[in-house]
Design a protein around this ligand. Structure first.
Ligand SMILES: [Zn+2]
Length: 347
């Protein structure tokens, strides 16, 4: 299938995305607007382009935190969600679980309840106007220590927002290993929250194993070092622990893979892991969800049947209610069949 045909197919079918950081969907316009509002002058072209140049994960995380620092007015959060709504529509994502990282905003003195109140209004607007569902996973963060992560969890538990479905552990795993956060995840699970963790993005397979065994992570963010460990792979396959794979992100941060054509997603999928495809930080890595599917179709030789399985996995691996998942899968199947019925030469 040619690129324009593939994109046409992908635009026409509903999809889910499970690993995308909400701040990383912002447009250049939003960065410029927020910067000007905050500092009373235009952002220089040098500073703007430096935000998108990094050699590794640490450099990228520094950029992420720098952009968060441009948001000096809590009401600016609504701009982020306007970009987010466009992103969902452009990629025909009907269900999305997005990471919201409150730590650097809290350090500015922003109130958690107020932030979630504003974000909730944006989520409701997206549901009403765009017919797309957004749920939040709060990144308690591994970069600022246990006390900060526990504080973030306590804020989540106090908030009791219907839009917050779980917590995640983002940041550099080399600087904040899973075992430091066992008590946070234990408390979150006891209180009925879903738990996920970034692991195996920078570090070896033991980091993934720790996320599963020590934190009880229900899904693994990245996990690409897993295929070097047969015992771990067996566990991931047998327990059907979904992997949130973000191919372009891994190539950008150059930790375990530098060439998309050699990305371990192919091996993880072929060995039977439940793989989902995600973008992680689309604005930073200049990739959309549809482009990510194209990449693995074109560069990693996934067949259309495989693409179909990956999209189904993104729904079945979500934390949506079972009856919602059933409906998403049924809508997806209808769209898929309809598109191929209309393009009989492309099956
Ligand atoms: Zn991530």
């Amino acid at each position: 299938m040619k690129k324009d045909e593939f994109f046409n197919l992908m635009h026409s079918i509903p999809k889910a995305e499970l690993h995308v950081h909400e701040e990383a969907v912002l447009s250049l316009n939003t960065i410029k607007k927020v910067y000007e509002r905050s500092f009373g002058k235009s952002i220089s072209s040098g500073e703007l382009s430096s935000l998108f140049k990094y050699k590794d994960l640490s450099g990228f995380l520094d950029s992420f935190i720098k952009i968060q620092s441009y948001f000096t007015d809590i009401n600016d959060l609504k701009f982020l969600f306007e970009d987010f709504a466009d992103y969902l529509e452009d990629n025909n994502i009907v269900y999305c679980e997005t990471f919201f990282s409150p730590t650097s905003h809290l350090k500015k003195g922003w109130d958690f309840s107020q932030m979630i109140g504003l974000v909730s209004k944006s989520i409701e607007k997206i549901q009403k106007e765009r017919k797309r569902t957004v749920r939040l996973i709060i990144d308690v963060s591994r970069s600022f220590g246990l006390e900060n992560a526990m504080h973030n969890l306590d804020l989540v538990l106090k908030e009791k927002s219907p839009y917050i479905i779980g917590i995640g552990l983002g940041g550099n795993e080399a600087k904040g290993p899973a075992q430091e956060f066992i008590s946070v995840f234990e408390k979150a699970r006891k209180n009925g929250l879903h738990v996920v963790a970034h692991a195996g993005e920078v570090c070896g397979s033991s980091s993934v194993d720790d996320a599963i065994e020590k934190l009880g992570a229900e899904r693994i963010g990245h996990g690409i070092s897993s295929c070097k460990d047969d015992a771990l792979m067996k566990k991931i396959v047998e327990r059907r622990i979904p992997m949130e794979i973000c191919p372009t992100s891994n190539v950008f941060t150059r930790q375990l893979v530098t060439d998309l054509r050699k990305h371990p997603v192919r091996e993880l999928y072929d060995r039977g892991a439940v793989v989902t495809i995600n973008t992680d930080d689309p604005a930073f890595f200049k990739v959309s969800l549809i482009e990510e599917y194209w990449n693995i179709y074109y560069k990693l030789r996934f067949k259309l049947d495989d693409i179909k399985v990956l999209i189904e996995n993104s729904f079945t691996s979500s934390f949506a209610e079972q009856k919602e998942i059933k409906k998403y899968l049924s809508d997806f199947e209808i769209s898929w069949q309809k598109w191929f019925a209309e393009h009989p030469s492309l099956t």
